[in-house]
Design a binder for this molecule. Structure first.
Ligand code: SF4
Length: 257
């Protein structure tokens, strides 16, 4: 992009974000604008001690993006839950948002699942598939509140998912490129916004983080007040740290410096 194109792209970014980002038209100004808007919501959530506004905003945008990709053929559909047997990553506000929506029965299932999955690292977990405790008859029981990575999961071949996610093979999941680009954009913007807000910005394994959220008094208020309540949750040790990720650091500098 030359200077004029960059100026135009920057000017058009808020409109692109408002519509839910289009992965086929993505540029760094759009992802930076997304991070800026998430950061704005986080600032207000810190005042109200509730993650609702940030998560409602983020998930509405992701849903717009997914809706606009409806013409991309994928094998995913109601009752298909092969991908719900592996390690699920989620940031703290996603976990807190979800924890508030769980029934007491679901909370018990989370604790039971956590007892089984807590001994497996991210590297080990593919060899020890276990159903997400939020699955109910092969459907997500918290569909409207499911995490970012669940919202943007997709595959062109359910049979490959079945084989791979149940540890029969180690085939790569044929995820359409537009879903990968969309997932990367949202999963980059969110931690950048969290870091900008002075909040922990790493991803946690869902069962362990939900277990903590469900067993910490006033978890949401404590976390938004600066307590690192998820410090003991499982994390992906093989993930590239924020500070060593060119995508994250470049975006952080665009938004906050
Ligand atoms: S939260 Fe829902 S979509 Fe995500 S792994 Fe669990 S059951 Fe599946």
């Amino acid at each position: 992009m030359d200077r004029n194109q960059r100026r135009l792209a920057k000017k058009q970014a808020p409109k692109a974000v408002a519509a839910g980002i289009d992965p086929s038209e993505l540029n760094e100004f759009i992802v930076a604008e997304l991070a800026r808007q998430i950061h704005g919501h986080l600032g207000r959530d810190k005042q109200s001690f509730s993650v609702e506004a940030t998560m409602e905003y983020l998930f509405a945008k992701i849903d717009l993006t997914v809706k606009a990709m409806a013409d991309i053929p994928i094998a995913c559909g109601r009752g298909c839950s092969h991908c719900c047997n592996i390690w699920v990553s989620a940031t703290a506000p996603e976990v807190l948002f979800l924890a508030k929506r769980l029934s007491s029965q679901a909370a018990i299932r989370v604790s039971e699942a956590h007892e089984i999955t807590k001994v497996f690292s991210h590297e080990q977990r593919p060899y020890h598939p276990h159903p997400c405790p939020l699955l109910d008859a092969d459907e997500c029981s918290v569909y409207q509140g499911r995490p970012l990575f669940c919202r943007l999961a997709s595959s062109a071949d359910a049979e490959i998912c079945r084989r791979s996610y149940t540890n029969i093979t180690d085939e790569n999941i044929p995820t359409p490129m537009m879903y990968i680009i969309g997932r990367d954009a949202y999963s980059t913007a969110l931690p950048v916004a969290l870091k900008g807000a002075g909040l922990p910005h790493i991803c946690y394994e869902l069962n362990s983080a939900l277990h903590i959220a469900l067993n910490t008094p006033d978890a949401e208020k404590a976390w938004l007040s600066g307590a690192d309540i998820f410090a003991a949750a499982l994390t992906q040790k093989d993930a590239v740290p924020f500070e060593e990720s060119p995508g994250h650091t470049m975006l952080y500098e665009m938004v906050f410096k």
